[in-house]
Ligand binder design. Sequence first.
Ligand code: ADP
Length: 393
Amino acid sequence: MTPAILALNAGSSSLKFGLFKDTDQLPLLFKGQIDGIGSNAHFSVVNPHGEHLVDEVCQHISDQACALAHLGQWLSQFKTQFTLSGVGHRIVHGGRDFHCAVTITPDIIECLTKLTPLAPLHQPHNLAAINTIAKRMPDIPQVACFDTAFHRTQNKLAQRFALPREYYERGIQRYGFHGTSYEWISLRLKTLAPALAQAKVVVAHLGSGASLCAMVNGKSVETTMGFTALDGLPMGTRCGALDPGVLLYLMQTEWLNAEQIQDLLYTRSGLLGLSGISNDLRVLSDHDASEAREAIDYFVYHIVAKIGSLAASMGGIDGLVFTAGIGENSAAIRRDVCKGLAFLGIHIDSVANDNAKQEQCLSPAGAPKPVWVIPTNEECMIAHHTQQCLAQL
Ligand code: ADP
């Protein structure tokens, strides 16, 4: 039987997975997702050539446990072909202590549970997946890969808030997120554009959650998300950077409590809040309402402004990479962002941009500040770390 590693990425309404052969190059066997969990769940699986093996609506999938059970059931048809050597998980918050992936033990589960208030929409789902697998397959080692870990290379100035020092001692600092995705891009750049990989690059992870990372020589030096995954860019339903005085006003004058503010900032703001129509950029792009256009313009405006700020924090910018759902698929957003960055010498070729597929440079040959599209692959990064941790057992 072939040993295989299962990489899981359990979100609030989706479960993404990849099954990889546990050999040197970690070749992909299948990848897929269950999205719309709790509303209109949809299960899809593709093989390494992108051909659909499953593409079905599964309305009975009402929560993460159900989604995992469904995935387990589907995977069980291969139990005579593959044997699981380990399961790797994307864990959104690793706090200050976790700088790299670790094999999960009961103590580690306890530490991660304590970090739940720092990522209330994500951490419980990540932990639920670990606990479900621990119950169903107690002998299979599990590995935690942290979204925050990649940013622990940042200097103190980038990681602190200007609060009294005792708050920093209590863990209130900028952590940063999407690290698994940024690490993948950093790795791919070394192969695709070795000179750029060593230079000053901004990576734009634009999905339903969105952030930017400034990298120098492949290491994170600054990022837009902070203490939680709310800060920085406006997102599908999250507000992004907000004057903290707004929170005081909402509490003192509008009498909103913590739960109501959490709901407002995480689930009713961003593109959805601004447009009043949808959190999905595809829907907004096809919509005639001026509010839809305004939401898109706001998104682009803040991406441009924050890339300018990250360039300043690195003392310049040598290139830009787009990734994640919007970054990989929306030529219009890439075009508008790059237009706004022309003052930094960032230019793309419009034909290359309109036809971008897979890993591709969008700038004319020899451009001094190349712009790339590189699809993220968090599941492969997770499988890679899982393999490394298993080798140490
Ligand atoms: P996450 O992993 O954070 O859930 P993804 O990286 O999968 O998010 O990105 C999802 C978002 O990508 C969707 O909300 C949608 O707005 C956007 N998206 C996907 N395809 C396209 C497209 N062709 N054009 C514009 N936006 C797209």
